[in-house]
Design a protein around this ligand. Structure first.
Ligand SMILES: Nc1ncnc2c1ncn2[C@@H]1O[C@H](COP(=O)(O)OP(=O)(O)O)[C@@H](O)[C@H]1O
Ligand SMILES: [Mg+2]
Length: 363
């Protein structure tokens, strides 16, 4: 059985690629399908979210450099039907290693085609920006899904992402299909509605009907290292992910039918929800970590969102502002203290010079 390979890609970061990848994976499994998630981001977020430690010794990096076989690095997850080829932190150095190889843009294609990946779907979680890793993902995939958020910058992200897909379609992978655009972290305000209407008008039926709403449960789930569909299957975001997965499966069936391939129909939505609920009760203990630990993890996550893609100067600037806010120091009070210290120092300096002069008999 040849799996249907889907890359989750947008050149922007923080747009819900990882959240989409992991939730699509568990929802597909809940619908009765088997899935392998390939984590191509050196930060290992989808690896972590599926309960695997990215400190494991071997992962996708070792497949790229040929030092391990797929069976040696692929890991089972706690969710029956979902396996993961984890990212390891060493993946950050892959660009240099791959640049030394011939045909480096097709390394992942070669890995997948030489391995009997025994599953229905492969989901590739891409890192942000267009480097050698996303190019490898797009070259190996049958289809690509672009998550977007309906913010004023959404168009920029799309404008940079669509040409990259076209570049791959024109050279490396002519069969690559844009399966759909998915609205994520979707706000219910006028701006978001206008932007989503504009994008829908431009891209027509490519955009999925389901929209994943902004939901704090997604962040709570990430701190508990679970996909939101397992952490809170009845939350708004989880329900939207289930709907999206249903649409994804429908689209795939139609695409396959056109190519004369029969895809077994998915299970029912209520059965899928029951499976997610069963996983939720199996993981109830992870969802109830001590509060302090959760707060610490959430702070770490927020820091990453704030500082992640910024230049060192911007980080310094934000860091100073946050130092004041976190320590509840008023800027005016701080400047007054600095001024007082400077006056004291200058005063001491003048006094010192006067004393020195009098000791030397100069005054
Ligand atoms: N529907 C949502 N509601 C609220 N927060 C979300 C939602 N989807 C994702 N997030 C949060 O946004 C941040 C970025 O999401 P992530 O999936 O890591 O994006 P990417 O992989 O594109 O960088 C994470 O902190 C995640 O928990
Ligand atoms: Mg990510």
């Amino acid at each position: 059985m040849k799996p249907y390979i889907v890359a989750i890609f947008n050149q922007k970061g923080g747009i819900s690629k990882t959240t989409t990848s992991t939730n699509l994976a568990v929802c597909l499994a809940a619908y009765g399908k088997s899935v392998v998630v390939i984590d191509l981001d050196s930060q290992g977020d989808s690896t972590k979210s599926l309960g695997i430690d990215p400190n494991v010794k071997r992962g996708i990096y070792d497949l790229f450099v040929g030092s391990a076989e797929v069976e040696e690095v692929m890991q089972d997850t706690a969710f029956a039907g979902v396996k993961v080829i984890p990212s390891t932190y060493s993946l950050a150095g892959i660009e240099i290693r791959l640049s030394e190889l011939k045909d480096s843009q097709r390394t992942l294609t070669n890995i997948i085609s030489h391995t009997a990946l025994d599953c229905d779907y492969v989901i590739i979680d891409c890192p942000p920006a267009l480097g050698i890793l996303p190019i490898n993902a797009l070259a190996a995939a049958h289809a690509v899904i672009i998550p977007v958020t309906a913010t004023p910058y959404a168009n920029d992200g799309l404008m940079r992402t669509l040409p990259s897909i076209k570049y791959v379609q024109e050279g490396l992978n002519k069969a690559l299909l844009l399966q759909g655009v998915l609205f994520t972290i979707h706000d219910r305000n006028k701006t978001a509605r206008k932007i989503s209407e504009l994008i829908r008008a431009r891209l027509g039926g490519t955009v999925y009907g389901a929209e994943i709403p902004r939901d704090t449960m997604v962040i709570e789930a990430a701190t508990a290292r679970l996909p939101v569909c397992v952490y809170a299957p009845k939350s708004a975001a989880a329900q939207a992910h289930l709907d999206f997965t249903g649409e994804f499966l429908d689209r795939h069936q139609k695409i396959a039918a056109k190519a004369g391939v029969v895809v077994p129909p998915p299970g029912r939505r209520d059965e899928a929800l029951n499976r997610l609920l069963a996983w939720q009760s199996e993981h109830a203990h992870e969802a109830s970590q001590p509060n302090g630990e959760r707060v610490r993890q959430r702070k770490h996550q927020l820091d990453r969102m704030l500082y992640g893609n910024r230049t060192p100067l911007e980080r310094l600037h934000l860091g100073v502002i946050h130092f004041f806010i976190e320590n509840r120091i008023s800027l005016v009070a701080f400047l007054l203290v600095v001024l007082a210290a400077m006056v004291t120092l200058v005063g001491m300096g003048v006094e010192g010079v006067r004393m020195l002069a009098s000791t030397m008999g100069l005054s």
